[in-house]
Design a protein around this ligand. Structure first.
Ligand code: F6P
Length: 343
């Protein structure tokens, strides 16, 4: 049981995603209302701990942000443990440690994806009291069933693919849509299945363009007016073209079918979080405040078979949660005739 008013900092780092503000609100309101803590926001990821860019977060500041996309704190991809050309600060981890002390922090909540959790683990090893919160649209953070941001991105991508169906049908075209995910195919698999994609290419699975082309020709011969091909941005491919450009060009060449590509891009990261992400981010945030109150540091909040719990940061740092080729949704999809570009 804490006997002094604890002071905590919150930062968001890495690519933004829907739900960060819901998480900040979840941590902050629980910390203030339930545990009587003082909360400050640190701007622009770990940079804010170097240039002391901070702001108080009172209940007033935390009101009205649940539905907002992005992050009220700003974010950056600055990695304190990775020196970069043009750095003006020499030993960033040392400066962060000093400023953590200067700010009088008892704990620091790091909201971010894989890179952020890796940094969070290193800072924890340096003696800072850290709690990580897993966020990213890519859903590739090790050690949790799901990250917030993913559900919102799947909703956006699904809506986009739904829309491509109607224009593909009108023009009798093959539509190739590229979705984000870095080296992970979670968004491609889930949006591809939710929107009835005919072919789904995932970074985790080998594919053969001849199999893709033959599947499309078979469909055309069976009288299917159009086809939808969903590709993860991280699929293996030769050259420097985007995944969608490469696949669309190959399809056009190998089949002669009229083909168009769409790269969905940052739209997947923007806007208001889905209700499921609002709830997940709120639960994660509230649990982070509880972990701090209990002095349970060096941990990342996670979902384990539906239960909110936590996992040591050192088990998370540096790993990526990719799709297993045996994922049950892939198996179900194959049994329904969805093509993954291989036999
Ligand atoms: O947020 C995750 C992600 O969207 C990846 O899917 C993508 O590769 C990357 O971030 C691109 O983001 P940025 O241009 O901000 O580095």
């Amino acid at each position: 049981m804490a006997n002094k008013k604890l002071k905590i900092g919150i930062l968001s780092a890495g690519g933004d995603c829907p739900g960060i503000n819901a998480a900040i609100r979840g941590v902050g309101k629980t910390a203030i209302v339930q545990y009587g803590m003082e909360v400050i926001g640190i701007s622009n990821g770990f940079s804010g701990l170097i240039d002391m860019n901070t702001q108080p977060l009172t209940e007033d500041h935390l009101s009205g942000i649940l539905t907002l996309g992005g992050t009220i704190l700003g974010t950056s991809r600055m990695k304190p443990f990775k020196p970069q050309e043009g750095d003006t600060v020499e030993n960033k981890p040392e400066v962060i440690k000093e400023n953590y002390e200067k700010l009088g922090l008892d704990a620091l909540v790091c909201i971010g994806g894989n890179g952020t959790q890796k940094t969070a683990n290193l800072l924890s090893k340096e003696g800072l009291n850290i709690v990580g919160l897993p966020k990213t649209i890519d859903n590739d953070v090790w050690g949790t069933d799901v990250t917030f941001g993913f559900d919102s991105a799947v909703n956006i991508a699904t809506d986009a693919i739904d829309r491509l169906h109607t224009t593909a049908n009108s023009h009798k075209r093959v539509m190739v849509i590229e979705v984000m995910g870095h080296n992970a195919g979670w968004i491609a698999l889930y949006s591809g299945m939710a929107a009835g994609g005919d072919i789904i290419l995932l970074p985790e699975l080998d594919y053969d363009m001849n199999v893709v082309a033959n599947t499309l020709k078979d469909r055309a011969e069976k009288g299917k007016a159009y086809s939808i091909v969903v590709v993860g941005e991280g699929i293996e491919r030769p050259g420097k073209k985007s995944a969608a450009r490469y696949v669309a060009k190959q399809i056009q060449e190998l089949t002669g079918l009229e083909t168009r590509e769409t790269i969905l891009g940052y739209i997947q990261r923007g806007g208001s979080p889905s209700p499921a992400d609002r709830i997940l981010a709120t639960r994660y945030g509230a649990h982070a405040a509880k972990l701090i109150y209990e002095g349970n540091f060096g941990t990342m909040v996670c979902l384990d078979k539906g239960n909110i719990t936590s996992i040591p940061l050192e088990e998370v740092g540096g790993k990526t949660q990719l799709l297993s080729p045996d994922h049950s949704l892939i198996e179900k999809a194959r049994n329904m005739g969805v093509c993954f570009g291989n036999k």
